[in-house]
Design a protein around this ligand. Structure first.
Ligand SMILES: *Cc1c(COP(=O)(O)O)cnc(C)c1O
Length: 404
């Protein structure tokens, strides 16, 4: 192995250029703080894009991983394993679900969900019932099927031909769904309860209830993509509880593993029937290491005091961002639920969300964008008050450098 130091420049020499990572390279983390190669410290309001639900180097997660690492890493799905069975049982106990399929990423969980929806339509109604309705600006992953169901055409450009039978309606506009749905052809409606990548845009409760009703009237399945909103992010274990609308299929990833790759598709017994033996699979899905870590994540974040803490932290962070927004006249609103917040930039700052990320990094703060006009925050669900305060101070300094 070449022992020369690794630098950000090396990225350009050895990596496929599909990412544009920031200038610093983080090397370790603890809680909601990160340190780079030069031992510079950062407050983390990004949470690895809503993934590090319990921050960095959480002792409970380290313990769960180490304990499982010494026992069994992998057996494949030719055999089942204890951590996967325990985690599936927990998810069924805590949600509407009665059956679980494990995958390794959000895109894969959605791929499974969309295939199940098609297979369910095919099984019960025939091949004509295969159409999927999703929404413009939605995001469901980067596999060809999920990027086609997603509503951001730029992610599909150059990768066509896309799978057919997919229609895009307008988010929060029931009429646009009614215009596309049919009993004969529609097998599923796919929706994010809060559009994450699309700008942290929450669904209106009547909209989700309306989708539930339309699905029931048209024998279609309602699929909630909770890859970003799930695992405690909104202050509820899953956002569907907050809305009081229960889907037929729900996908979870990101925060579920707290940084270890794992994903789950949740559904009911009757719907799960359509994925019989041999119809779908994954080599790593349900891997013991991943499931042992996710078990610890779910056991921790499902505690009422943790979920209550998310709502308290949310208030503090939201108020702090709104105050900075007012002082410098940069935000029209701060929207979202729990610790998934989107600060919408004013007219003057349209398209400049990335400038805030760069300026914040200069001040020792990690934040995210959601499109060009929204600054997104998705910190650890247990971020200490002091880190919220310090992050807000650093954000204000960053804004001051931009507004000058
Ligand atoms: C991130 C995300 C995905 C894709 O997850 P990957 O793990 O990157 O495949 C899908 N849906 C939503 C809502 C997401 O936020």
């Amino acid at each position: 192995m070449n022992r020369e130091p690794v630098t950000r420049e090396l990225f350009n020499d050895v990596m496929v250029p599909n990412y544009a990572p920031g200038a610093m390279i983080p090397v370790r983390g603890e809680g909601s703080r990160l340190w780079d190669q030069q031992d510079r410290e950062y407050v983390d309001f990004a949470g690895g894009i809503a993934v590090n639900s319990l921050g960095h180097a959480h002792p409970g997660l380290i313990g769960a991983l180490q304990e499982q690492a010494e026992k069994l890493w992998h057996v494949s799905n030719v055999l089942t394993n204890e951590p996967a069975l325990r985690l599936a049982r927990t998810l069924c106990e805590l949600t509407f679900a009665e059956r679980v399929f494990f995958a390794n990423s959000g895109g894969e969980a959605n791929e499974a969900a969309f295939k199940l929806a098609r297979r369910h339509g095919w099984t019960h109604h025939g091949p004509e019932k295969h159409e999927i309705i999703s929404f413009t600006n939605s995001f469901h992953g980067r596999t060809l099927f999920t990027v086609s169901v997603g509503g951001q055409p730029k992610y599909l450009e150059g990768f066509e031909p896309a799978p057919g039978g997919i229609h895009h309606a307008t988010y929060n506009d029931l009429g646009s769904v009614k215009a596309l749905i049919s009993k004969q052809k529609t097998c599923a409606i796919v929706v994010e309860p809060i559009q994450g990548e699309g700008g942290v845009l929450p669904a209106e409760p009547e909209f989700l209830q309306g989708l539930r009703d339309l699905c029931d009237e048209n024998d279609a399945l309602l699929v909630f993509d909770e890859v970003q909103t799930g695992a405690g992010r909104t202050g509820h274990l899953y956002a569907y509880e907050h809305y009081g609308v229960t889907p037929d299929i729900l996908t979870s990833a990101k925060g579920l593993g707290g940084g270890f790759p794992v994903a789950a598709m949740l559904t009911t017994t009757a719907i799960a029937e359509s994925l019989g033996v041999g119809t779908h699979g994954s080599t790593y899905g349900g891997n013991p290491l991943a499931c042992a870590v996710a078990q610890k994540v779910i056991d921790t974040i499902s505690q009422p005091e943790i979920l209550k803490g998310v709502r308290a932290r949310s208030d503090k962070l939201r108020k702090g961002m709104m105050a900075i927004g007012e002082k410098y006249n940069i935000f029209t609103e701060v929207r979202g639920e729990g610790l998934l917040l989107g600060c919408v930039l004013t007219e003057e700052w349209q398209g400049k969300a990335k400038d805030f990320v760069a300026a914040a990094q200069e001040q020792g703060l990690l934040i995210l964008v959601a499109g060009g006009n929204v600054v997104r925050l998705a910190p650890s669900l247990i971020i200490p008050d002091q880190d919220i305060e310090e992050g807000l101070e650093r954000f204000e300094k960053a804004v001051a450098t931009l507004v000058e």
